[in-house]
Structure formats: structure tokens, C-alpha cells
Design a protein around this ligand. Structure first.
Ligand SMILES: NC(=O)c1ccc[n+]([C@@H]2O[C@H](COP(=O)([O-])OP(=O)(O)OC[C@H]3O[C@@H](n4cnc5c(N)ncnc54)[C@H](OP(=O)(O)O)[C@@H]3O)[C@@H](O)[C@H]2O)c1
Length: 225
């Protein structure tokens, strides 16, 4: 049976972009929302856009989290704590959670080019604290903008994957590599998510200064194809 990927907050820009790319690559996607009807509508639109036998359903965040094998967290940083507390008892043991969250000051009305301080060190480390031990976590996609994901062009970006769990890192890297042009890179431990998250604020500033929408990162000198 195909693995199920829940995209929590998948009605938004980043989540629906990831849903689009991953469903197009053949993954079974469940859009999650605080409102089941909103998730169903996003799922309908994505099915219509992609066509064929694509598998995308929509439901509430708790149902999606409880039924999935992999969950991608795509809600604003300001909503993460309340959502993860609500989901604490619904996860199946062995679920892999992938955190895309960036603690931008914009999430509390500040600038998109500044970061909030997070006591744990990063949004991803905060997420780790709020998940049961039976659920593993990788942090990735923080530097991949929603506008690029929404289109069909290959994405000219390296995508860093940070985790303390090898399986979660592998699952997250595999999802990155399903997006044409995106190259997953082993970003090391989850604590490095702090660096990766802050690069997003820098990329937002580059987008503004160079009047573009898809500034991204490429690392050189690595012996990779
Ligand atoms: N946008 C980007 O280019 C980008 C790039 C990299 C990473 N990210 C990260 O991806 C996440 C989502 O970004 P986004 O731009 O897609 O955000 P968004 O559109 O503002 O929100 C995504 C979805 O989250 C849900 N949501 C909003 N407030 C919530 C709350 N307080 N509690 C629970 N759910 C809430 C909403 O869905 P429902 O109303 O349907 O529940 C909304 O459609 C953020 O953490 C961001 O840092 C974004």
C-alpha cells in the first residue's frame, strides 16, 4: 500500500506547493487543515490541476496526522505549539515528521527579514520537544519558497536536511529529490536547523533587493552528482 503523506496546514502557500510537487511525483497526499472543508477544497483544486489518477485527499489536521506515515508541518511558527499539543496523542509510532517551519519575525507582525529567538535554538528543536519519542523528525524545505513550488519549472536549489534520526533524514531527502532540480544535502544534526532556518530570512532579503521571487542556495565543491 502506498505511504500516506499528510501536509498539515496544506491549504497554505508552502504546503499546497509541496503537495502539488509530491503528488505529481506519485505520492499519496492528505491535505490537513483546521477546517476539513478547506482541506477538501485545496485537494480538489490540486487534483484538477494535476489530473490523471493522482491521489490527494483533504481532512482536518488531527485525522491527517493520525492516519499518515509521513507528516509535513507547514503552518506558521506562531501556530505550531498549539497544533502539536493538540496532536500529541494522535501520532502512530514510527511516523516521520518533516518540519519546514521558519521562526520569522513576520509571524508575529515583524519583518520577514528577521528571525525570532527560540528558546530551544530553532523551530525544529522546539518541534522535537513537542513530539512523542516514538515519532522521528527531520527539518528541511525551509529555504524552498512557495512561489517556486507552485510552478512547474525545475527548482535550481540545494535543500539541506537536518535530523538526529537517520531514517527520518533518509525519508526527507527522498522527498526533496522527488522535486525536479532540488538536490537534498545532509545538513547534519537537528541543531543545525537553526542555521538553515535563518538562511530563509537572508533569502527573503535577497528576493527583495534583487526584485526576484525564487532566490535559493547552491553549495559548490561537493562530490555529488
Ligand atoms: N511561504 C514560503 O515561501 C515558505 C518557505 C519555506 C518555509 N515556509 C514555512 O512554511 C510554513 C507555512 O508557510 P505559509 O507561507 O504557507 O503560511 P500560511 O499560508 O500563512 O499558512 C499555512 C496554513 O497554516 C494554517 N494556519 C494558519 N495559522 C494557523 C495557526 N495559528 N494554527 C494552525 N494552523 C494555522 C492555515 O491553514 P488552515 O486555515 O486551513 O488551517 C494556512 O493555510 C511556515 O512555517 C513557513 O515558515 C514557508
Amino acid at each position: 500500500m502506498a505511504r500516506k503523506i499528510a501536509i498539515l496546514g496544506g491549504t497554505g502557500a508552502e504546503g499546497s506547493g509541496l503537495a502539488y510537487r509530491l503528488a505529481k511525483a506519485g505520492e499519496y497526499i492528505m491535505i490537513g487543515s483546521r477546517e476539513r472543508a478547506r482541506a477538501q477544497e485545496t485537494a480538489r483544486q490540486l487534483r484538477e490541476r494535476i489530473g490523471g489518477t493522482v491521489q490527494i485527499d483533504g481532512t482536518d489536521n488531527a485525522s491527517a496526522a493520525g492516519a499518515c506515515d509521513v507528516a509535513v508541518l507547514t503552518v506558521p511558527f506562531s501556530g505550531v505549539v498549539a497544533l502539536l499539543k493538540e496532536l500529541k496523542t494522535v501520532w502512530k509510532p514510527g511516523t516521520v515528521v518533516i518540519d519546514t517551519t521558519v521562526p520569522l519575525a513576520a509571524t508575529v507582525g515583524g519583518a520577514g527579514t528577521r528571525m525570532l529567538g527560540v528558546w530551544q535554538g530553532s523551530a525544529a528543536q522546539q518541534t522535537r520537544e513537542l513530539l512523542p519519542a516514538s515519532v522521528s523528525l527531520a527539518a528541511t524545505f525551509q529555504n524552498l519558497g512557495a512561489e517556486s513550488l507552485a510552478g512547474d519549472a525545475p527548482i535550481d536549489c540545494d535543500v539541506l536536511v537536518c535530523s538526529d534520526d537517520e531514517n527520518a533524514k533518509q525519508v526527507a531527502s527522498e522527498l526533496v529529490s522527488k522535486i525536479p532540480g532540488a538536490r537534498p544535502l545532509n545538513g547534519g544534526k537537528l541543531e543545525n536547523a537553526r542555521i538553515v532556518e535563518s538562511l530563509t530570512a537572508l533569502l527573503i532579503g535577497l528576493n527583495m533587493r534583487y526584485k526576484v521571487h525564487g532566490a535559493g542556495i547552491r553549495f559548490t565543491g561537493l562530490a555529488l552528482k
